[in-house]
Design a protein around this ligand. Structure first.
Ligand SMILES: CC(C)(COP(=O)(O)OP(=O)(O)OC[C@H]1O[C@@H](n2cnc3c(N)ncnc32)[C@H](O)[C@@H]1OP(=O)(O)O)[C@@H](O)C(=O)NCCC(=O)NCCS
Length: 175
């Protein structure tokens, strides 16, 4: 990751910086309302920011979700972004890897993501057909629904993913 970039836990004070970051990173999609809801809910979210010279230049959130009827807990990685002017400098990867480390420390061993396999496969993500997403995905997205086991010895969960309110919207699971 580029020099003088730091990773730290996200706080409510970061919302203005996150609003700017998301406007730049996702010019065609408004994900900030979800980011805001994730920061103020009464459900577990691991939210990490990357800062550079005092500015927020990257963010990732991992939401803990239950898998029904198994009752197992998994983590949903979303969203993830880095400031466009600093792309390809390792910020996205550093955020994902830091998240994996912290999730592992609290015993969460499976992470799901809906995203481009060309990017997420570098972290070990592979298409997942055991956990059903909260809303049916278009067929063209079947490869985009992926998971990774953070510990090779952990049991794989199967069932339907139950998501907390910020993610419980069909629009977030459709093109
Ligand atoms: C995806 C994103 C977070 C990557 O952040 P980053 O800090 O540039 O990532 P890193 O520097 O760790 O990794 C860069 C590598 O990922 C690749 N990459 C980035 N986006 C990619 C994509 N959609 N598909 C394939 N590869 C991708 C780059 O080409 C680069 O490859 P290289 O290592 O071979 O040079 C960033 O491009 C971004 O914010 N994009 C807009 C928001 C977005 O699409 N978020 C993900 C979906 S929620």
């Amino acid at each position: 990751m580029i020099d003088q970039t730091e990773l730290r836990a996200c706080s409510g004070d970061d919302l203005p910086g996150l609003k700017d970051l998301y406007a730049k990173a996702f010019p065609d999609e408004d994900l900030f309302p979800v980011v805001k809801e994730l920061s103020g809910g009464d459900f577990p979210v691991l939210s990490i920011v990357a800062t550079h010279a005092g500015e927020i230049v990257g963010h990732v959130a991992f939401t803990t979700c239950e898998v029904s009827p198994d009752g197992g807990e998994v983590s949903l990685l979303a969203p993830l972004c880095a400031a466009p002017r600093l792309h390809r400098q390792g910020i996205g990867s550093a955020l994902v890897r830091e998240g994996f480390k912290q999730l592992n420390e609290v015993g969460l061993s499976q992470v799901l993501v809906l995203g481009d396999p060309a990017y997420y496969s570098r972290f070990g993500f592979r298409p997942d057909d055991r956990i059903e997403p909260p809303y049916k995905l278009p067929d063209a997205w079947s490869e985009a629904w992926q998971s990774v086991q953070l510990r090779p010895d952990s049991a794989q969960t199967s069932g339907k993913l139950l998501v907390p309110p910020p993610w419980d919207s069909k629009a977030l699971w459709a093109p």
